[in-house]
Design a protein around this ligand. Structure first.
Ligand code: SF4
Length: 647
């Protein structure tokens, strides 16, 4: 049965809301297919506003992979702002896709990609607006399968009641397999209904269906065990790993937004995974091993992506782009290729060494010299050993001085506050470092006109990292340290004036900590917060700490636990963690050892360049590190005419 567009009703509401253009669709790259000519239909959501959600690579890749299948249709939906949400409720307009404005409820799958746990309340808003019961248990065959993916679904327990299933790891192949299962089940006449479909998904062993697992608790609130309640689902659900990135050169047709978004560029992922072993970094841990895209494929993707989109900015993305084994050739090849055009190239430069400056020089040959960003993460040498960020203050000063003497005027430094074992002194060293950067920079540049921005984020212990056992500091401690740091930076007015200071206060981090390491009981807190009006918790203007505290106080005492129990409590070695049945490939004993090593300030090498230290991923996932050099050069590409700078 065909499904009609809700646009006629929506259109009448748009003049009454902010940024209405974000709801109209029609972007270059958008796909609208004939509903009736397709068999399996996906609504893909990034649970944040359009401006943040549209550039999301994960959603763009899956959107394209799915739409390339002739009998499959995929459309996008984003979180609607509270102004439109209120009007939609008032006027009975359901959550819709921006492509053809079809109601999300009509699709077979409602797939949500979570990059951060602070998006959980937006999931509930979308389900509610869509007319899909919030609890998976209340859904019937007429509702889509609600499927979570993305980094934040490596511990989907806090949202276990609200989702039907979660995919762990890379999505490209997973979405096609899921599509195949649904196609077959539908062709057979949907035998066994929703339960049978979910069972078929769970049997793939890499799709987690929470309802097929029971959680038992100990009297003190800790988890005793998580066990399957069906004989034919796996005890542990394993992540997926796409091994040959060259075989998946997406996005080929990037979406070009109509409204303003946070990134407007063609982004190409040059490799996936990271083995540097920063102990706080969940992305690095759960995406192991390293898999490089070849320089040839990167060149082709950039050419096609720019030709299609008309973007004039290219981002070479990964968790640590300067680590690609052929990054030097890649940057010089692309810089050469796009010399004399208005195309600017960038790579997130977080590695603190002079090599980065060479690359940045190469990339900025044809014009734009934007700020450089480095991430020492910890202020003192000691804390950098704890987190395994192997960089010395001398390295940093040398790199920054090279940047200033090569013409850069603005350098950004990223740090974290609240790291395990951190003291006031560790944080105060950030001020010394920033002062020295300005002093050395002024000398090298021969001018006082240089700036450095110190940006501080709150540390959140994440599942599947060596810090998964760590306690968090309270917001009071974090905020106290940040205040001291600010005073220390400004203690020397002449230097302090050249230093910008940005920080996140401790409260949202604590809530992110609750959601990251929470278990199924936290789901009721999320629901209570949402009922009290919680939306867009990743946005400081919408986030309300008081609302979360209130909801925790209402819900958690019934379970004999509280917010502190989840956040400021250190876990013991043998405690069953809520995500232990979800397999990222990392060996739990290895993670524990790395946690112990961190407390003795013992560093761990990068297994790309040293022998394997047996973290467990490669043997258990049957994968291997894939690095070049491929020996291949960039193709002799022809610059795109319309991107040339007019003479
Ligand atoms: S198993 Fe060995 S080679 Fe593979 S990611 Fe872990 S340490 Fe590196």
């Amino acid at each position: 049965m065909s499904v009609s567009s809700v646009f006629p009703q929506l259109e009448q509401l748009l003049p009454r809301v902010s940024k209405p253009i974000q709801y109209v669709g029609g972007e270059l790259g958008a796909v609208v297919k004939d509903w009736d000519a397709t068999v399996v239909r996906w609504a893909l959501m990034y649970p944040d506003a359009y401006e943040v959600g549209l550039p999301n690579q994960g959603v763009q890749i899956l959107y394209e992979v799915l739409n390339e299948q002739p009998d499959v249709l995929a459309e996008r939906t984003y979180a609607v702002w509270p102004d439109l949400e209120a009007l939609m409720k008032e006027n009975g307009v359901p959550q819709f896709t921006v492509d053809a404005h079809r109601p999300v409820k009509a699709f077979d799958v409602f797939g949500i990609s979570f990059a951060t746990e602070l998006g959980y309340t937006n999931l509930l808003s979308a389900l509610d607006l869509a007319g899909i019961p919030l609890n998976s248990a209340d859904r019937t065959e007429e509702h889509p399968v609600v499927l979570a993916g993305g980094h934040a679904s490596f511990n989907p327990e806090p949202i276990a009641d609200f989702i039907d299933a979660a995919v762990l790891g890379d999505g490209e192949e997973a979405v096609l397999e899921i599509t195949g299962i649904i196609r077959e089940w539908k062709a057979e006449g949907c035998p066994g209904g929703r339960d049978e479909l979910l069972l078929r998904l769970a049997r793939t062993e890499s799709i987690y269906v929470p309802r097929f697992y029971d959680v038992d608790y100990l009297p003190d609130g800790r988890i005793q065990r998580v066990v399957p309640n069906r004989p034919d689902v796996p005890f542990r659900v394993a992540k997926r790993t796409t091994m040959d990135l060259d075989a998946w050169p997406y996005p080929k047709k990037p979406l070009v937004p109509l409204a303003e978004t946070v990134h407007e560029r063609y982004a190409v992922e040059i490799f996936r995974g990271c083995t540097r072993g920063c102990r706080f970094c969940q992305a690095g841990m759960i995406t192991r091993p390293v898999r490089e895209r070849s320089i040839t494929t990167v060149g082709q993707m950039v050419q096609q992506g720019l030709e299609f989109s008309g973007f004039n900015e290219v981002g070479l993305l990964s968790l640590s782009s300067a680590d690609h084994s052929e990054i030097g050739d890649m940057c010089s090849g692309l810089a050469e290729q796009y010399a004399d055009t208005n195309v600017s190239l960038s790579l997130p430069s977080t590695r603190v060494d002079a090599f980065n400056i060479d690359l940045a020089q190469e990339l900025s040959r044809n014009g734009r010299r934007t700020g450089l960003t480095f991430a020492p993460e910890g202020g003192s040498e000691r804390i950098r050993k704890v987190i395994n960020k192997m960089v010395t203050k001398e390295d940093l000063i040398r790199t920054v001085v090279t940047a200033y003497s090569n013409g850069w005027r603005q350098v950004k430094l990223y740090f974290m506050c609240g790291l395990p074992s951190e003291t006031d002194e560790d944080v105060l060293e950030i001020a010394d470092m920033a002062h020295e950067v300005i002093r050395a920079g002024r000398e090298a540049a021969g001018t006082k006109d240089i700036r450095c921005t110190v940006s501080i984020g709150g540390f959140v212990p994440k599942p599947h990292t060596p810090f998964q056992w760590a306690k968090m500091d309270t917001p009071e401690v974090i905020d106290g340290r940040l205040k001291m740091l600010k005073q220390a930076i400004n203690s020397d007015r002449s230097l302090g004036r050249a230093i910008g200071f940005r920080y996140h206060d401790g409260e949202p981090s604590l809530i992110e900590g609750l959601l990251s390491r929470g278990d199924r009981r936290v789901g009721q807190v999320i629901r209570r917060v949402w009922e009290k009006g919680g939306r867009f918790d990743g946005w400081s203007e919408h986030f309300s700490y008081a609302r979360w505290i209130e909801a925790c106080a209402e819900v958690l005492p019934d379970f004999g636990v509280d917010l502190d129990w989840y956040t400021t409590r250190e876990r013991e070695e043998l405690e069953v963690l809520p995500w232990d049945h979800l397999d990222s490939g990392l060996d739990k004993d290895w993670l524990w050892q790395d946690w112990q090593d961190s407390m003795s300030e013992f560093e761990q090498d990068d297994c790309r360049w040293t022998p394997c230290f047996d973290c467990g991923v490669c043997p258990s996932m049957d994968t291997e590190i894939q690095i070049g050099p491929t020996g291949k050069k960039l193709l002799p590409l022809t610059p795109v005419n319309n991107l040339r700078v007019p003479a």
